[in-house]
Design a protein around this ligand. Structure first.
Ligand code: ADP
Ligand code: MG
Length: 915
């Protein structure tokens, strides 16, 4: 989610390194002339950048001028990128890394690592940070993880906001600058191990160090995140080579496709056509897509050699920088809004939308009117469009034809401008409308998505439950089946045992019969043998004629013959019976054999059956076990799901209750805040009043002073009056004197006239004396007049002052009274203010206590850096030192600082009350 879009150009900074030893020895010329701090002149041509660093610039200066701000931006939720571009050995690595563990010579990356944590420790205590870093390089279009040497060809994917990232690259959580440095050291050593020629390798590969900062406000749950890419590019001399030689082009491109496509991307962006920017041509441009013309604050360091030997490369590098300077990025804060904020934003946007629509309608109406030549009415004073015509219609001036044309021309021009402006405004408004509509759509889709997700989850749970039920049923069936089979099995086994018993019986019988038959055979054979022997003997005797049948004994012989015949026939019958018996026995034997065969066949079939059954039993038991296992799993699953479900329910309930609680708390807080505000307001107003009273007091004092001065004056005047009275007396006397003088003068004049008469009677001498006397007289008369005038003036003044005096006395009295009243009021006000202040402080204390009680686990005063421990997390990164760094959280300085502040406040309050 983005907010507060700010369009800004890519910042391009140019840095020249000093001539190196080889160049000095070779006697190369030093090319650049630096003018101001943003221009460098090479070959008479000036190149202007955001800043140009001459050769003697220190690492710290470079950092402070340019990179420091980026840290603030990234912690403020912006994305940031710093590139270093330039030919090999122009100072890219020096600028980006420098000597990693040298405080003076360290470059931008170690300084940033330090600065990030310093910033965090001075930030809001309620923020929680998760910082992770990755380190990888791109060589021959393969992304190699420098923190895991086994990952040699990572791929670039897009996240849900369609921002590309390196998938599967190692991310290390860090919680201190030392840990960041450890990661860098590890990556660098891995890089060294993997390659044979490091110089060649580093000049042909891009190394990218990524710092990912996520922060969350623990109370508002507001989330911000910022990514900072720090990129040390491959040597740029390849680009110029590809540009120069066509035949080598393909090979060179393959060697460093990323760099050439960086050039292409920058060219495309600089041209501003923007129809197609070939981000997808290489891995690097893809990863840094946002840094080039996207949502990022980007700074590019153009590193150059000052040597005349590298003239061409330097110029092409500078040109590259000039092109990059024109690229505009639209950086915005990466803000993750909570649902409530989304809702509010949506409402706000809707409101805005409505307002804009109204405005557009009004404007369109106005435009139509204006196009139709109707006079514009000035109903809306705020709109700047009406200012044009508001006066001109009422002024009637006679002008010449020429002037008229000129004016018409002017008017037409103004109309055109007006048109343009109106169009522009309407376009802007439409854009705004569209964007807000888009936003609202986004919000809607987001809401929809969430809804569907929750629906899906519900459906899934339902499905799982169903599946579980089915499985349980299945399981029951199967177990029943198994039982049946077992029973069957048992039966079969019994049958088998029976069969076996009969078989053994039969076998025993058979053997018996065999025995009997063999005995009989033997006997028969013996008997036969005996008979045969007898017969042979008999025949021998008969044949040889040895046996001479005595005739005389014929009667006896005959007798003997019959006996013999009898014997023979007996023997014959016996033999016959023997043979018969033999045959019988043989038959029996055959029968037995047959039977035996049958039985054995049966037996084998039985055995087969048994083995089959056994196999079946085995498979069934296996199946049963499987099913059991599955069942257990499913039961587990079910348990987990039901637990989850419960938890979800609970959490929903909880969330609701928490929400309500939260809202209640918020309300309470708001109430308290309002109370505090009120109290502060009151306090302020009281303070104001106090100040007012004080000022009025001082005024009064001043007045008092002036009055007393007046009084003084009056006293003086009184004194004056006295003196005046004296004066009057004096005047009176003077007047009397004058009167007498007058009389005398009269007398004198009379005398004089008489004398003159007399003298005229006597003769016209002595005239000179009378002249001087006349002069004297007139002089005296003048004096007298003046004196009388002064006298009159004084008398008038005196009367005036006398009139004034009672008034002033009255005013003085009233002033004194007012002063007294004000003093008492002031005292009262002071007392009241002190009371209020005490009450206010008590209230604040109470609220603070309440808050403390409510959030007892919350610690004080410093921003926290959380270090989530993850499985597979590197052991070294969890060293005890780093943990201690995390747990202390630099809270001490903050505490003392806030304490100091508090004490200051206290003292100020004390002073106030004292005064
Ligand atoms: P690259 O990374 O562009 O190939 P290096 O940063 O490795 O170049 O620099 C090459 C050499 O020049 C290194 O020895 C480095 O210390 C030196 N150098 C580069 N820039 C400066 C500078 N501004 N001041 C002093 N030495 C530098
Ligand atoms: Mg380098």
């Amino acid at each position: 989610m983005t907010d507060a879009v700010a369009e800004c150009n890519i910042k391009v900074l140019c840095r020249f390194r000093p001539l190196n030893q080889a160049e000095v020895l070779r006697g190369d010329r030093f090319l650049p002339t630096f003018q101001g701090d943003d221009t460098v002149i090479i070959g008479g041509k000036p190149y202007v950048f955001d800043h140009v660093f001459p050769t003697n610039t220190t690492q710290e200066q470079v950092y402070n001028t340019c990179a420091k701000q980026i840290v603030k931006d990234v912690l403020g939720g912006y994305n940031g990128t710093i590139f270093a571009y330039g030919q090999t050995s122009s100072g890219k690595t020096h600028t980006m890394e420098g000597k990693l563990h040298d405080p003076q010579q360290m470059g931008i990356i170690p300084r940033i690592a330090e600065d990030i944590f310093n910033h965090i420790f001075s930030m809001d205590e309620n923020l929680e940070f998760h910082i992770k870093v990755s380190y990888f390089e791109i060589y021959m279009e393969k992304i190699r993880d420098l923190l895991d040497v086994t990952k040699t060809n990572l791929s670039v994917h897009e996240d849900k906001n369609r921002v590309p990232y390196v998938k599967g690259c190692t991310e290390r959580f860090v919680s201190s600058p030392e840990e960041v440095m450890d990661v860098i050291d590890e990556g660098k050593s891995n890089r060294h191990v993997a390659v044979t020629n490091m110089n060649e390798h580093s000049s042909r590969s891009h190394s990218i160090f990524l710092i990912n900062i996520k922060q969350e406000h623990v109370e508002t749950e507001q989330k911000l995140c910022g990514k900072l890419y720090l990129v040390d590019l491959a040597g740029s001399e390849k680009v110029s080579k590809t540009g120069a030689a066509g035949a080598v082009l393909d090979e060179a491109k393959n060697i460093n496709k990323s760099l050439s496509s960086l050039g292409n991307v920058i060219s495309a962006l600089a041209e501003g056509t923007k129809t197609h920017v070939p981000y997808r041509d290489s891995k690097m441009t893809r990863i840094l897509q946002d840094s080039l013309g996207g949502n990022c604050r980007t700074t590019m360091f153009i590193c150059c050699s000052p040597s005349s030997y590298n003239d061409a490369e330097t110029k092409s590098t500078l040109m590259f920088g000039q092109r990059a300077k024109t690229i505009k990025n639209a950086a915005s804060i990466n803000l993750e809004l909570t649902a409530e904020q989304w809702k509010r934003k949506y409402e706000k946007e809707k409101e805005k939308n409505k307002g804009m629509r109204d405005t557009i309608q009004r404007l369109e109406l106005e435009l139509r009117r204006w196009r139709n030549g109707e006079p514009l009415h000035c109903s809306d004073e705020s709109s700047p469009l009406y200012l044009y015509n508001s006066d001109s219609s009422s002024i009637v001036v006679r002008i010449s034809e020429e002037e008229r044309q000129k004016y018409e021309e002017e008017i037409r021009k103004l109309y055109r401008q007006l048109d343009d402006k109106v169009n522009m405004h309407s376009v802007i408004w439409l854009q705004l409308l569209a964007s807000s509509r888009g936003d609202s759509d986004k919000v809607q889709t987001e809401l929809g998505r969430l809804q569907t997700e929750s629906d899906c989850a519900k459906a899934e749970v339902r499905e799982v439950l169903q599946a579980l039920e089915e499985l349980a049923v299945n399981y029951d069936q199967k177990s029943q089946e198994v039982e049946e089979k077992n029973l069957h099995n048992k039966q079969l086994a019994e049958q088998l045992s029976l069969k076996m018993v009969t078989y053994s019986h039969l076998e025993a019988e058979l053997t018996q019969m065999h025995e009997v038959s063999s005995q009989q055979r033997k006997r028969i054979a013996d008997v036969l043998n005996g008979l045969m022997k007898d017969l042979s003997e008999f025949s021998a005797i008969v044949g040889n004629g040895e046996i001479k049948l005595p005739v005389e004994i014929s009667g006896a012989i005959e007798e003997e013959f019959t006996v013999a015949r009898l014997y023979i026939s007996k023997i014959k019958s016996e033999v016959k019976s023997m043979v018969k018996r033999c045959r019988q026995l043989e038959n029996m034997q055959l029968e037995c054999h047959r039977k035996m065969e049958e039985t054995s066949r049966e037996l084998s079939s039985c055995q087969l059956l048994i083995s089959q059954h056994e196999a079946k039993i085995r498979s069934l038991t296996e199946y049963m076990q499987n099913v059991e296992h599955k069942k257990r799993q499913l039961e587990d699953n079910y348990d987990a799901l039901s637990e989850e479900f419960f938890m979800l329910q609970n959490s929903a309930l909880h969330a609701e209750s928490r929400q309500t609680q939260l809202s209640r708390l918020r309300d309470e807080i708001n109430e308290k805040q309002r109370l505090i505000d009120e109290l502060t307001d009151k306090n302020q107003s009281l303070e104001l009043e106090l100040a007012h009273v004080r000022s009025s007091l001082s005024n009064l004092k001043q007045q008092d002073d002036t009055k007393s001065a007046c009084l003084e004056q009056l006293f003086q005047k009184e004194r004056n009056e006295q003196s005046k009275q004296d004066l009057k007396r004096l005047e009176d006397t003077v007047a009397r004197e004058l009167q007498t003088l007058h009389n005398l003068r009269k007398l004198f004049v009379q005398d004089l006239t008489t004398r003159v008469k007399k003298s005229t009677e006597i003769g016209p001498d002595d005239s000179g004396g009378s002249n001087t006397q006349k002069q004297k007289i007139s002089f005296l008369e003048n004096n007298l007049d003046q004196l009388t005038k002064v006298h009159k003036q004084l008398v008038r003044d005196n009367a005036d002052l006398r009139c004034e005096l009672p008034k002033l006395e009255k005013r003085l009295r009233s002033t004194a009274e007012r002063v007294r009243a004000l003093e008492t009021a002031l005292k009262d006000a002071k007392q009241g203010a002190m009371n209020d202040r005490r009450r206010y402080q008590q209230e604040v204390e109470r609220i603070r206590d309440a808050m403390r009680l409510r959030y007892p686990t919350r610690r004080s005063n410093a921003a926290q850096i959380a270090k989530p421990v993850r499985p597979g997390h590197h052991v070294a990164a969890m060293s005890p030192s780093s943990f201690s760094y995390t747990s202390t959280r630099a809270s001490k300085p903050a505490t003392s600082y806030s304490n100091a502040l508090f004490q200051q406040e206290e003292q100020a309050a004390l002073q106030k009350t004292n005064t």
